[in-house]
Design a protein around this ligand. Structure first.
Ligand code: EPU
Length: 420
């Protein structure tokens, strides 16, 4: 099993081009099922979750080719409507094919994703919305069977904003008769990216990026070319990494407003941030001022940057509180950060962090994608060597993270380890 070995203490400096967003790429790939033509997606991140989604599309009959960061999907021979458990278990976002399959075949069989390391994460809101549009659902041996002879546009109010739920229903609604209105919809930039793609394919969607989205059919959609947006979470991860090492970096290909909530907290922590239209310069050094964060839906502080910011707060000169409001169990990085010398106590949804002067290298185990990233950041600043085990989590969502960090001057090596 591969691991990362990091010799901490090197200041990061230089420039990084931010990759395409994993969480925009996955729904874009699922949306290719809505056409029987060819879709060309550019600026795609070459990460494990994207490969998993490509395999899922192939298992449904699509042909997929990857050339650099461009992925071409030919959906003309798609003839299956079943997303099997082994694929859904590997990647929850596989549930994103449910909406497109329902639109295309009037039926879909998608295994229930079950629990995951950051909490229970049900898909009840996806299913309820599809029911309201006329679908019938039945759970058979752990697979959700959905059928719908003719979907009707309706008004759906989500109990709370759900990112993949909004995307799934938006895609299903392209095949509904009449208008579908999604209220309390998620407002993440990845939703807008998907709506733009669907509109290019012939759908008529307005309001993406706000809490109310209106979708007026358009199915079957046609071939299109689409460039996915940059990865705000990847950008945010490097933005936190640089000052943790006392370094200074420039991120290109990212609109600063996509991570405004993070940048504001970075400034409060004493980090220098310079924004331009499509780039961010960031520099600073520990100790940081202690800053509290509370995760929230976009445009609030992203849960996907909570672990990384917590690693940074380990190096503050006071006490800070991180409150996780999106997922009920997203503090798996805490014991590992403490192994590196952090001083963090969890009480319910809050983590209380007392800043320390420095972190010290140790072997730590990654539990999920963003938790793994926080351990890498901690390793970059820690004294001596840090081994980050089980890095397959990291490879699910970060494109060449070790290469990018090495180019910025980090001492980081990927090796075949002896296992956890
Ligand atoms: N929820 C329900 N019922 C549902 C759907 C969601 O109770 O039917 C709950 C969830 O359990 C959670 C909250 O609603 O407590 C919000 O979850 P959401 O549905 O928005 O999350 P998601 O769509 O499953 C996406 C990202 C996650 C990111 C979250 C929150 C993708 C593929 N995944 O997940 O990304 O953390 O939104 O922003 O877009 C990651 O990249 O590391 C990652 C986990």
């Amino acid at each position: 099993m591969q691991e990362l070995r990091i010799n901490g203490g090197r200041k990061l400096s230089g420039e990084i081009e931010v990759s395409g967003a994993k969480n925009a790429a996955l729904p874009a790939l699922a949306a290719t099922l809505l056409t029987d033509g060819i879709t060309i997606l550019s600026n795609m991140p070459i990460v494990r979750d994207v490969f998993s989604m490509c395999h899922l599309l192939e298992s449904l009959g699509a042909s997929v080719s990857i050339d650099g960061t461009t992925i071409t999907v030919d959906s003309s021979n798609v003839n299956q409507w079943r997303a099997p458990h082994d694929l859904v278990r590997k990647m929850r976002a596989s549930v994103l094919v449910m909406g497109p399959l329902l639109a295309r075949f009037g039926r879909a069989e998608v295994a229930l994703p079950g629990g995951c390391t950051i909490g229970n994460r049900p898909i009840d809101m996806h299913i309820n919305a599809m029911r309201q549009m006329g679908a019938e659902t039945e759970l058979i041996k752990g697979d959700e069977h959905i059928t719908c002879k003719s979907m009707k546009g309706t008004r759906v109010h989500f109990d709370r904003p759900t990112v993949t739920g909004t995307e799934n229903v938006m895609m299903a609604a392209t095949a509904a008769e009449g208008m579908t209105v999604l209220e309390n919809a998620a407002r993440e930039p990845e939703i807008t990216c998907l709506a733009n793609m669907l509109n290019k394919m012939g759908a008529n969607i307005v309001g993406a990026g706000t809490g109310t989205i209106e979708i007026e059919g358009g199915y079957p959609l046609s071939s299109a070319e689409h460039r996915v947006i940059s990865d705000r979470i990847e950008a945010g991860t490097y933005a936190v990494a640089a000052p943790m090492t006392g370094g200074s970096i420039r991120l290109t290909g990212i609109e600063p407003k996509m991570i405004a909530s993070l940048l504001s907290k970075m400034r409060s922590a004493g980090v220098a941030v310079t924004e331009s239209e499509n780039a961010i310069e960031i520099s600073g050094e520990p100790p940081f001022y202690p800053v509290d964060i509370t995760t929230a839906e976009y445009p609030g502080f992203p849960t996907d940057l909570q672990a990384q910011f917590m690693a940074m707060m380990c190096l503050s000169d006071g006490k800070s509180v991180v409150t996780e409001n999106i997922f009920e169990d997203r503090f798996k990085h805490v014991p590992e950060l403490n192994r590196l010398g952090g001083d963090i106590v969890i009480r319910g949804r809050n983590a209380f962090i007392r800043g320390v002067k420095y972190l010290s290298g140790a072997a730590v185990t990654a539990s999920d994608l963003r938790a793994s990233a926080s351990l890498v950041l901690a390793g970059l600043t820690a004294r001596d060597t840090t081994r980050v085990l089980r890095i397959y989590h990291l490879d699910r969502g970060y494109s060449g993270i070790d290469d990018k960090l090495r180019a910025l001057g980090a001492s980081i090596e990927r090796v075949d380890g002896e296992g956890p």
